[in-house]
Structures are given as structure tokens and as C-alpha cells.
Design a protein around this ligand. Sequence first.
Ligand SMILES: Nc1ncnc2c1ncn2[C@@H]1O[C@H](COP(=O)(O)OP(=O)(O)O)[C@@H](O)[C@H]1O
Ligand SMILES: [Mg+2]
Length: 307
Amino acid sequence: MRCSQSTAPRTASLLGPGVAAPCPRHRQPASSSAAPATSPLPADRTTNASRASSSQTASTSGRVSNGNGASISSAVRRTSSPYSVLVHDLHHRLGPKGAKRPVLNGVDLQIRRGSLHMLLGPNGCGKSTLLKLLGGLMTPDSGQIDTDLPSGFVFQNPDHQVVMPTVAADVAFGLGRYNLSEAAVSSAVRSSLRLVNMEDFMYRATHTLSGGQRQRVAIAGALAEDPKLLLLDELTTFLDREDQFGVLQAVRSITQASGDVTAIWVTHRFEELQFADAASYMENGRVVFTGSPEEAKTFMRKLGAPV
Ligand SMILES: Nc1ncnc2c1ncn2[C@@H]1O[C@H](COP(=O)(O)OP(=O)(O)O)[C@@H](O)[C@H]1O
Ligand SMILES: [Mg+2]
């Protein structure tokens, strides 16, 4: 969906001549936020439009009520906690009004800041729902969520989120909502592309990219907004093996180079565990295991999985 609302004029040259810039809100939740330590963005920016309550408190500490019985803390608490994600007793139901059924049944989860944390589990166990709640795309029925902010979300199908004609324009897409100079936008775009090893593709047409390259562009689009938490939902589903590992390697380098950017990587491909710092396994709306990749493999073998 495109919005006729014009973009901030300063991003016009990157978006390209004659290209009407889409309203960043309509890219939500494809690329809700995100990146490099040298970000030109204002420190008090609010990048996750769908998470109004959390963006209000991004520069403070403590919790805010989301008005729905749940309590969401949005403080970045580097000094007081080594965790970028703390989830306690999270419950959520989905479905039509009057016929909702439980999807998350008391999720507890702790994820270390700066880690690449993989989330595994059978189809329908609640992985995507948990990710959406962490990203503030939905409000939980009850429970507690503390995360670093801002967060950036990238989904499974790059065709749904790489929407601009050129790589540079696509990465600059979400920056249209900030009043940035052209130089600042260009710098954010370039450094984000560098982080995913796509700097040489800056002026390429997006339709000429492979699936893995498009996913890396989508990640760069999230990174351009300087996220502290990357939420990545089955990014390699449609990719061949080479692209799969290229994308994974890019995410791993981002977490390792930054030290304070955390990535949650949802996957059903067990071979990806080798890239993880830690992993959790979900079943029936709960996290039933968290540990090292090796421990995760042992756990899943006991369940009969072909790990
Ligand atoms: N919008 C929705 N309405 C009703 N049920 C839903 C909705 N979205 C997901 N579900 C159900 O919630 C459960 C968990 O879904 P999901 O979080 O997508 O699981 P996973 O990502 O682990 O495959 C599934 O049974 C799914 O059918
Ligand atoms: Mg899913």
C-alpha cells in the first residue's frame, strides 16, 4: 500500500527523480525501526509507530501501563541489566471476537544484550506472535515485557518489504519521517548497507537482486533507523543455501560488531543454530527450553527432531 503523502524533501534525491515517497507509516510493520553507532537520528526519536506507549518512554526508565492490564517497559537499561529482552508470564489470545483462543500461555524469556538468539519450535507454537508482541505490533493480554528500544522488524518475504526501485531509496524509505539532511540520510544508508555487505549495490535496481540480497537490503532498511533490537522472522525460508548463510552471517556480524544490538532470529532450519549465541525452543505457546546451541540440539534430539 502506498500513501500519496509527500516525503521529507531532503530524502528526495536518494528516493530518485519522479519517485513519490511512500508514507513511512505504511511500511509498518515491515521495517519499524533500527543501526549504526554513528546514526544521525535524534536520540529521542520514536521509530516504532505502532508502539506508542513504548516510544513515549524510550529515553526514561521504568514501566508504563499500556492500558490493557499489561505492563510494558521500554527503557534501555544497559547499566542495570545485561538483558535486552525480559519477558515474564506473557499471555495472549487471538481469533475473532467471542472466539479467541490462547496462543501464548505464560511465556518467560531472557535474552542477553548483544547476542544472536534463535527461537525455534513447531509451526503454530507462537513464535511470530511472541515476536510481534516484543516489537510492540500487538498489545499482550497480560504479562510483562521489557526490551531495549527501538526495535526493528523484518519479515519472511523480502518481496513484501523491499518496495522501492533502488537499493538506496529502499534503505532510505523509513528515514523520510525524520527531518534529516541529505548528507545524514546518505551516510545512514551507506553505513547500513556496509553492515550487511551490500554497499556496492547502493544504486542497483532492487528487482535485479537475489532473494538473499533483498533480505539484506530489508535488514539494512531496519538498521538505518538505529535499532537496538532486531526481530527477524524466518528470513531464510525462501532462500537457497548460499543466500541463507549470507544473511545469517550479516546478522551475526551486526551483533558482534555493535556489542549492544541484539537479534532474535526465528527459524525452523536447525543447521542455522551454528550461528547462534543462544537458543530457545517453544511449544504450545510457552518457552520450554533456553540454552546454548549445543544444549538446544541435545534437547531437540530428545524430542526426536532430526538435528
Ligand atoms: N490473527 C490470528 N487470528 C487467529 N489465530 C491466529 C492469528 N495469528 C496466528 N494465529 C494462531 O496462533 C497460533 C500461533 O501462531 P504463530 O505465532 O504464527 O505461530 P508460529 O510463528 O510459531 O508458526 C497458531 O495456531 C495460529 O493459527
Ligand atoms: Mg511464524
